[in-house]
Structure formats: structure tokens, C-alpha cells
Design a protein around this ligand. Structure first.
Ligand SMILES: Cc1ncc(COP(=O)(O)O)c(C=O)c1O
Length: 467
């Protein structure tokens, strides 16, 4: 949402001066009003292009989980499909077919008992996927309650306080009480006992995260499932699990094959992932898959006929680009299981090596080591009182690196960390350059008499962490 109102006297409300470009006549164009007339395409292109030079260098952005590199063939396919509207399944049946194939591939990757029985769809990202999965949990619970003749007006959802902001939005937008499990001591995510403690007859589900946004750690999905099985035996309460695998659902199947976190657990009703994170597609595409038709109540699916045919749709928006879905299919085809495993292995190797090297520098202590999602968080040792993680973040910005610093949520708001997300394209070589820049920044930071920055300065983008 464009919320920054231009101020009077502010330089930005001046018209944009388009000085001779390609030797054309100087001209000005308004910044915030539609220009009166037309201009040459080449001039318009250059104006926009030049403004965008001020954006950051995506490859040096270690805050985002989102893919910033794609093969030329993927880019070409995306450009070829720029006009394809995902919703127009009648007009673009083959795009719809490729979407379906991706859903089936994910269902197999996530060990659905019968991949032909799963339902699922692409979305704009994990946030929309979370809304759809949450709605399915809510609607199933409502049906169950109404069938029992019981009130269905006070649903709640249990999750760790470390959930990404999309779950907070889901609870708020769709009027579900969020029941957050706080962090305690060295536990930075959900624990089975704390989750079960908060469940009651109004609980629509428990969200578990594979690859916490705060530190990259996997939540113990199987243990939460076992604790909920036990709850069912003791009380009859039958609470389903949704796995938010925004990043981890595209890591664990390739690198942690022994880990049981997916549809192998009968309690897991649905799983989401971001195709544009470790699915390796440029933004924005996400996926949500339900174990079977029972997990997605049919009355949430709308059938429309105005595009020709009778189209089932379950989505928050209508029109949406098809290019990313096609790029996802391209990646699946191009990389296969082995290719994905190699890419994710490299990310994890870079993350764990860099984490160990940062820990060896002296002032830092690891919270995680990049051995789950290739993401790690680290703090300053307690004895360091003359500079903060926020100072470190700013110092690295001077070298072009975007490494966010933020405080953890309750009950660890005393803890401030830096976080590094290693993505495809962040090589050992780039990691060495970053390490060198951290090393170079340290003597100056050590010479500081007192901290210069505090959590109030934590403006850096932290990918959905509430700062
Ligand atoms: C665990 C988790 N869930 C959901 C999201 C939201 O994902 P998206 O950006 O695809 O909407 C993120 C984003 O970082 C995340 O880390």
C-alpha cells in the first residue's frame, strides 16, 4: 500500500526532470499525477529504468527468502507467458494442466498416501496459501460443531509466537482467536506440550512451521502430532495440523528424508510452501495441498461459468499471472529430485560453513547453525555492551549487505539477533566476501564507547517478522 504521502516543500513533489535523454528536448513529467500527454517509449523506459537503479542489489539481500535468480530459459518462458491469466483455465487449459501436475508432484514429494486423492492449488505465495488452509480448517470445524448442535462462533488457532505475520493476518481477517505459544529460555518455537495445553473444543487446528522465519529451525511436527494423538485418546478432541513449510517443505524432502513431518502423519491435513522461496521460482507463487477431499470442504470452492466452462476456484483473488506456475513446472522438470537436492545441499553447506565462521569471529553466538532451513540467526555475546546487532546491521549496509537485525517476540524480547538467509546463488565465494566485511567492521565497532543503534532503528526488512 502506498502510504507515504508526499509532503509540500518536499523535493519529491517537484516534477521529474527528464534531462536530455538520447539528445531529446528536455522535459518534465509530474511524479504523482498522470502526465497530460504521451512520451516516446524509449524515454519512458529510460525514466523508469533510471529510477529503479536506486533499488538494492537483490543478490546482496540476505534478509529475503525469495528467489532472486533464475535461469535464462525460465525467464524466457515467463516472458512468453506474461499475458496468461491463471484463472482462465478454459482459455489456457495447458497452463491449468501444468498447475495440476505441480500439485501432484508436491503431493508425492510430501508422501500423500494416494496422490490422486489430494486437492491443491497454486497461490500468490505462502500468505495466500495460509489464508486458504486456515479457512479450510475453520470451515471443517464449523461443520463438525454444527452437526453436533454446538456453537461454532468462537474458533481459535494454536501456533508458536514465531509464526510469520501471514498467520496473524489470517486470525485477524477471518476472526479466529490466535493462541500463541510464547518462546521460553532456549526454546524459540512451538513445543508439543505447550501446543496441547492451549487446545480445546474450539481449536480449529495447530500450525507447525518447517523453517521458522525467525531462525530457520524446524518445529517438531511429529512430536506435536503425537501429543495431539494423545489428547484425542484422553479427551476425544481431534485437532488437525497444518504445516507451514514456506521454506522447509522444499528443503526437508531433499535433505532430511528421515524426518517425518508431512502427510505420512495422519494428523497433517494440509501443507503449504512458497514456490518462490526454495521452490526456486521468482515471485510470486505458492502452493497449498490438502491430504484429501475431506480436508477441503466443498462449500469453500466456487464454481464460475463466465470464462466458459464450469471452473472450480478456491482463491482470494481472481486474475493472477500464470507465468510463475509455468516457471515452477519448468524447474521441476529441469532439476528433478537430484537437481533440487544439489541446490538445497549447496545452500545448506554455505549456510552451515558461514555460520561456523561467524561463530569463530569471537563476538557472536549462534542461535541456529543453518543445518535445517539454510537460514541462521546469531546474537552478540552478553559481555559485548558497547555495540548492538543493530550497529552491526548498519555497518554491513555500508558494504551493500542487507542483514536484518530484530528482537525476538515474547517471552524473549530481551534477545536481539541478526539473521542470514542463504538462497540459491549465494555462493561460498559471496559468503567469504560477507565474512571479510564483517571482520573489517568489527575493530570500529569494538572501539565504540556505547551502542549507536537500538531496536527502534530496526528498519531493515526482515521478511514478515513483526519488529
Ligand atoms: C514460515 C513462513 N510462512 C509464511 C511466509 C509468507 O510467505 P510468502 O512471502 O510466500 O507469502 C513466510 C515468509 O517468509 C514464512 O517464512
Amino acid at each position: 500500500m502506498a502510504s507515504n504521502q508526499p509532503q509540500r516543500g518536499d523535493r519529491s513533489v517537484r516534477d521529474l526532470e527528464v534531462n536530455p535523454l538520447f539528445s531529446r528536448e528536455p522535459m518534465t513529467v509530474p511524479r504523482y499525477a498522470l502526465p497530460d500527454g504521451e512520451m516516446e517509449p524509449a524515454t519512458a523506459y529510460q525514466v523508469v529504468h533510471d529510477e529503479l537503479m536506486l533499488d538494492g542489489n537483490a543478490r546482496l539481500n540476505l534478509a529475503t527468502f525469495v528467489t532472486t535468480w533464475a535461469e535464462p530459459q525460465a525467464r524466457r518462458l515467463m516472458a512468453e507467458c506474461a499475458e496468461k491469466n491463471m484463472i482462465d483455465k478454459d482459455e489456457y487449459p495447458q497452463t491449468a494442466e501444468l498447475e495440476l501436475r505441480c500439485v501432484h508432484m508436491l503431493a508425492r514429494l510430501w508422501h500423500a498416501a494416494d496422490p490422486r486423492r489430494v486437492t491443491g492449488c497454486s497461490t500468490t505465495g505462502s500468505s495466500e496459501a495460509a489464508m486458504l488452509a486456515g479457512l479450510a480448517l475453520k470451515r471443517r470445524w464449523q461443520h463438525r460443531r454444527r452437526a453436533q448442535g454446538r456453537p461454532a462462533d468462537r474458533p481459535n488457532l494454536v501456533m508458536g509466537v514465531n509464526v510469520q505475520v501471514c498467520w496473524e493476518k489470517f486470525a485477524d481477517y477471518f476472526e479466529v482467536e490466535p493462541r500463541y505459544v510464547p518462546m521460553e529460555g532456549d526454546r524459540y518455537h512451538l513445543s508439543p506440550a505447550a501446543a496441547v495445553e492451549r487446545c480445546d473444543e474450539n481449536t480449529i487446528g495447530v500450525v507447525t512451521i518447517l523453517g521458522s522465519t525467525f531462525d530457520g529451525s524446524y518445529e517438531p511436527v511429529a512430536e506435536v502430532a503425537a501429543a495431539l494423538d494423545d489428547l484425542r485418546e484422553r479427551t476425544g478432541l481431534d485437532v488437525p495440523i497444518h504445516v507451514d513449510g514456506a521454506s522447509g517443505a522444499m528443503i526437508a524432502p531433499f535433505l532430511d528424508t528421515h524426518l517425518v513431518w508431512d502427510f505420512r502423519l495422519p494428523r497433517v491435513a494440509s501443507i503449504n510452501t512458497s514456490g518462490h522461496k526454495y521452490g526456486l521460482v521468482m515471485p510470486g507463487v505458492g502452493w497449498v495441498v490438502w491430504r484429501d477431499a475431506d480436508a477441503l470442504p466443498d462449500d469453500l470452492v466456487f464454481h464460475v461459468n463466465y470464462l466458459g466452462g464450469r471452473m472450480p476456484t478456491f482463491a482470494l483473488n481472481f486474475s493472477r499471472p500464470g507465468a510463475q506456475v509455468i516457471a515452477q513446472y519448468y524447474n521441476f522438470l529441469r532439476l528433478g529430485f537430484d537437481g533440487y537436492r544439489r541446490v538445497q545441499r549447496t545452500c545448506r553447506d554455505v549456510a552451515t560453513r558461514l555460520a561456523a565462521q561467524i561463530a569463530a569471529l569471537g563476538p557472536f553466538e549462534l542461535i541456529t547453525n543453518g543445518g535445517q532451513a539454510p537460514v541462521f540467526a546469531f546474537r552478540l555475546r552478553e559481555e559485548i555492551t558497547n555495540f548492538t546487532v543493530f550497529d552491526v546491521s548498519i555497518a554491513l549496509r555500508e558494504h551493500g549487505w542487507l542483514v536484518p537485525a530484530y528482537t525476538f517476540p515474547p517471552n524473549r524480547t530481551d534477545l536481539s539477533v541478526l539473521r542470514i538467509v542463504v538462497r540459491n546463488g549465494f555462493s561460498h565465494d559471496l559468503a567469504d566476501l560477507l565474512l571479510e566485511d564483517i571482520r573489517r567492521a568489527l575493530p570500529r565497532l569494538h572501539r565504540q564507547h556505547e551502542p549507536h543503534r537500538d531496536p527502534g532503528d530496526a528498519g531493515a526488512f526482515a521478511h514478515g517478522i513483526k519488529t
